[in-house]
Write a new protein. Structure first.
Length: 462
């Protein structure tokens, strides 16, 4: 199907899969879409986030995908790899509603693979600094730290004042986001162009040393998320003065901290390792709206994406769910711009970057946190941890290297034997079989222009 096809006529029934609370909120927005588009009916299917990834993969393998769905933007490379997603580039080019420049650049980039657009950002999130304004002011920092040097000095002074049982910052050791965003601030590539681990690169070494050093200096407690008894209560008591987290905690802090604490906490963009250039970068997170390649109603599905992307609907969605709008123009609305705790997110979202766009990323991210924990707990030296991390990442990416080498060889052979014909670029095409977590049947040979033969199989880590 090409995007130039005639618009859907007559009665069209769209199936949309929404995840978590967002699925409920979508259903509240749909009546207005129905009023404007009487020939299209939308059936919203809600599912929990915990089951969504496996269900989407299983639906793809079983030829049972919906017309469109909400999808975490880090999943897009994986679903593109198996040929599940429709190319939205032509739709965007002719749209008067979807304007790429009105989206945060780092967020938009998570939806683009090899120059092809596969998703439209729907809501966004990132991580930044939540901090106790009173504790930092008492330590000599009336303003949040702007550089790594200021950050370290603030933590040093907080530790001096707080003593043994109070910590400058909480960094749960099981979370991969913190060491990764610090590495991205140093412009570490994480994965090399040869699809191997790049964790002994000096830039990653510097960030990893900074991160693990916070525990060695006693600035952060050596605890995982499950060992934090009561996050909000401990923050209010001053057990820790800073915490790197996301917008989902703004509402929680407002609700769970006592009234007398509400003027004693704030948010700020992350410190920068350098002394210039504004905030340090953070992670480009959030959810996107995608259309599945097997949908027979792509034009109608695109109308729904445009509707949900309108500034007015983005505001309605924010008010109902608390999720931050993806469009920059919406942030000028006083309902967002007037909230002092959200203002820092607007600034941070201008400085976000995607994680590596490979289907194996979540597995690699977990591996990073595991090796960081081993270093923090003294089980491995720095050199041992990074060497083992490179080795494990190389193992995870072995199938990717094999596929890319076969693709390169096939392209070279085709160049010699016959004229090349245009074909869609696939970042990581699977082989003729696809193994999803549910152990479902293989995709029949030759399906979805994979252009590959052999034992290609893709698994998702937990």
């Amino acid at each position: 199907m090409t995007c130039a096809a005639a618009p859907d006529r007559g009665s069209v029934k769209l199936e949309l899969w929404g995840l978590g609370r967002e699925g409920e909120v979508i259903a509240e927005l749909i009546p207005e879409f129905h009023r404007r588009n009487p020939g299209i009916r939308v059936d919203v299917q809600q599912m929990p986030w915990t089951a969504a990834h496996e269900k989407l993969l299983t639906a793809h393998v079983g030829d049972a995908t919906p017309d469109l769905a909400q999808m975490g933007n880090t999943w897009i490379p994986e679903f593109d790899a198996v040929g599940a997603l429709e190319d939205l580039t032509p739709f965007v080019r002719r749209s008067t509603v979807i304007v790429p420049d009105d989206y945060f650049a780092g967020i938009w980039a998570t939806n683009v693979i090899a120059g092809t657009i596969y998703g439209i950002p729907w809501y966004v999130d990132t991580r930044l600094l939540f901090y106790r304004t009173d504790l930092l002011a008492a330590a000599g920092f009336p303003n949040p730290p702007r550089t790594w040097d200021e950050w370290l000095e603030a933590m040093k002074q907080l530790k001096i004042r707080g003593g043994a049982n109070h910590y400058p910052i909480l960094l749960p050791t099981n979370e991969w986001a913190q060491p990764v965003l610090l590495a991205l601030q140093k412009k570490a590539e994480l994965i090399s162009v040869e699809s191997r681990g790049a964790f002994r690169d000096p830039r990653f070494v510097e960030a990893f040393t900074f991160y693990t050093g916070l525990f060695a200096k006693g600035f952060a407690p050596v605890v995982s998320e499950s060992q934090v008894a009561n996050l909000h209560q401990q923050f209010g008591k001053g057990d820790f003065a800073m915490y790197i987290t996301g917008p989902w905690n703004v509402g929680e802090f407002k609700k769970r901290l006592p009234a007398e604490m509400q003027d004693k906490w704030a948010t700020a963009p992350l410190p920068n390792p350098d002394r210039c250039c504004g905030p340090g970068v953070s992670l480009a997170g959030g959810s996107s709206l995608v259309i599945f390649r097997d949908s027979p109603h792509k034009e109608a599905a695109w109308k729904l994406i445009e509707f949900l992307s309108e500034p007015a609907q983005q505001i309605r969605f924010y008010e109902a769910s608390g999720n931050l709008p993806a469009r920059k123009s919406v942030w000028r609305d006083p309902r967002l711009g007037g909230d002092r705790h959200l203002a820092a997110f607007g600034a941070q979202l201008e400085q976000v970057v995607p994680t590596p766009k490979v289907p194996e990323w979540e597995q690699i991210a977990t591996t990073i946190s595991e090796h960081a924990q081993a270093k923090i707990r003294g089980e491995l030296t720095l050199e041992q941890a990074l060497t083992a991390l490179d080795k494990k990442t190389d193992q995870i990416l072995a199938k990717r290297r094999w596929v890319l080498s076969r693709k390169k060889a096939t392209a070279s052979s085709s160049e010699i034997t016959r004229p090349r014909t245009p074909r869609r670029t696939v970042a990581f095409p699977c082989g003729r079989t696809f193994q999803c977590p549910a152990g479902v049947a293989a995709i029949r040979a030759g399906r979805r222009d994979s252009g590959m033969s052999g034992p290609g199989a893709l698994r998702r880590s937990s």
